[in-house]
Design a protein around this ligand. Structure first.
Ligand code: NAD
Length: 421
């Protein structure tokens, strides 16, 4: 292993024993002894009982760390909680290739969330909309009275937009309350404001409010990331061309785009879960954004630059928080934020966007060259060995034999196990 603490570039990290990996992360992220002990602990049952209803216990996922990431010139170790094999290795590998040309550059818009208030049974929707616009200052004041903390931090309700929609029920008004949620994901903050505004809106419009809730299509809270993947490191310009051929299908065909975007979310979700964020919200936002132009398409774009290198870009909504929700309550979420060293929701969003791009690059790169099964199945072989009943050292023996034979199947695993025994 080559190591330079504070550089996330590590080779052979996966070959280290778990204690050595933890030691590396401890030094990199200045973790205390107490914090490193958390890696092998479970969520306290009393905390779990406060988080959801009808608690029986907790459910564990493997927590790993992707290495090699440079984002906006800074090195990151990226924590990932995920059950699928190969994802963490693939992200690390993509980050290693991106590093050759300086890593990822990322940017994101301010943390603006949209809250929707649906208004029905309005006699004159044009006049009512006008009335809402005219009373904007007092509506925003009322919204901001609900969250003094947010306002003190420079956030709060900033604007509103009024939409008139045709529906089977006739015309309805939908008000979009635009809220700067600072370092929170913001759902509770926005929902509270929307509910509090309802009586005032009914009075102004003469209508009846129904839905009062945020939109997960957080298209004012967008993260963008970009990286250049060196053609020589990829294996030559013909590999770049093969990559672009593969990518083209995702750009034109929803059947491929769904799988392509799933690959992006392999990375994004793993980080979102590790940091105690709401992965359903991120998923909903990502896929709705992928269909924003009327046809579902890829969240990434790729092209060749004048040097023949591959350029990858990603753009998607990223409603993540470093305060609120489970982000504060879950000790491992706090630990993962410390590993990352992120202090703001914007920085976390930029890491998530870069990770999504890395994950997508890794998948399309493998698909365009050796195919995805090679990397996938060698790790998966261990799962198959366990399914066949292998225990302890048998697991590696059975898995290694199957990989050697190129036959990673349950029936073969059982045969090998019998032969060993
Ligand atoms: P929250 O209400 O727990 O925390 C946000 C609050 O923290 C803010 O309103 C503010 O008062 C305070 N705060 C303190 N320091 C802050 C800072 N630096 N920046 C911003 N706020 C700060 O959580 P939330 O983020 O409003 O809501 C997230 C939760 O809502 C998640 O658990 C999510 O699963 C859940 N949720 C999601 C949906 C959805 O996505 N459709 C719907 C309902 C609830």
């Amino acid at each position: 292993m080559t190591e330079n603490i504070k550089s996330s570039r590590v080779s052979g990290f996966y070959r280290l024993p778990i204690e050595k990996r933890i030691e590396f992360v401890k030094k990199f992220s200045d973790l205390t002894d107490e914090e490193t002990k958390l890696f092998s602990s479970c969520l306290n049952i009393d905390i779990a009982d406060r988080m959801i209803e009808n608690v029986l216990g907790t459910f564990e996922l493997p927590l790993g760390v992707a290495v090699n990431f440079v984002i906006n010139g800074r090195d990151y170790l990226v924590p990932m909680a995920i059950e699928e094999s190969s994802v963490v290795a693939a992200a690390s590998n993509a980050a290693k290739i991106a590093r050759v040309k300086g890593g990822f550059t990322a940017e994101c818009s301010p943390p603006l969330m949209i809250g929707q208030i649906q208004v029905l049974k309005v006699e004159d929707v044009t006049e009512a909309s006008q009335s809402i616009i005219e009373h904007k200052p007092e509506i925003l004041r009322l919204a901001n009275a609900q969250d003094k903390i947010l306002v003190e931090l420079g956030g709060g309700a900033k604007d509103l937009e009024v939409r008139i929609l045709d529906s089977p029920l006739g015309k309805m008004i939908v008000i979009h309350l635009i809220v700067d949620v600072r370092d929170a994901m913001g759902a509770n903050a926005v929902n509270t404001m929307c509910e509090a505004l309802a009586p005032e809106i009914e009075e102004l419009t003469g209508g009846k409010t129904r839905l009062r809730i945020l939109s997960n299509l957080a298209d004012k809270r967008i993260v963008k990331a970009k990286a250049v993947f060196d053609k020589n490191t990829m294996g030559g310009e013909n590999v770049v061309d093969a990559f672009l051929e593969s990518y083209t299908l995702a750009s034109i065909d929803p059947y491929r785009a769904a799988t392509h975007n799933k690959g992006i979310m392999n990375g994004v979700d793993a980080l979102i879960i590790a940091t105690g964020n709401d992965f359903r919200a991120i998923e909903a936002g990502a896929h709705a954004y992928a269909a924003r132009k009327g046809r579902y398409t890829s969240l990434t774009t790729y092209y060749k630059n004048k040097d023949g290198d591959l350029v990858g870009e990603i753009e998607l909504p990223m409603a993540v928080g470093v305060v609120g929700g489970a982000a504060n309550m879950h000790p491992k979420a706090r630990l993962c934020r410390k590993i990352l060293g992120v202090k703001t929701a914007e920085e976390l969003a930029m890491v998530a966007g870069s990770l999504g791009l890395a994950q997508n690059f890794a998948a399309v790169f493998a698909l365009s060259t050796v195919g995805i099964q090679k990397g996938h199945m060698s790790l998966h072989a261990k799962n198959i060995a366990v399914m066949a009943g292998a225990k302890g050292e048998e697991i590696d023996q059975v898995a290694d034999q199957m990989v050697k034979e190129g036959k990673i199947r349950l029936d073969r695993a059982k045969e090998i196990l019998e032969e060993i025994r």
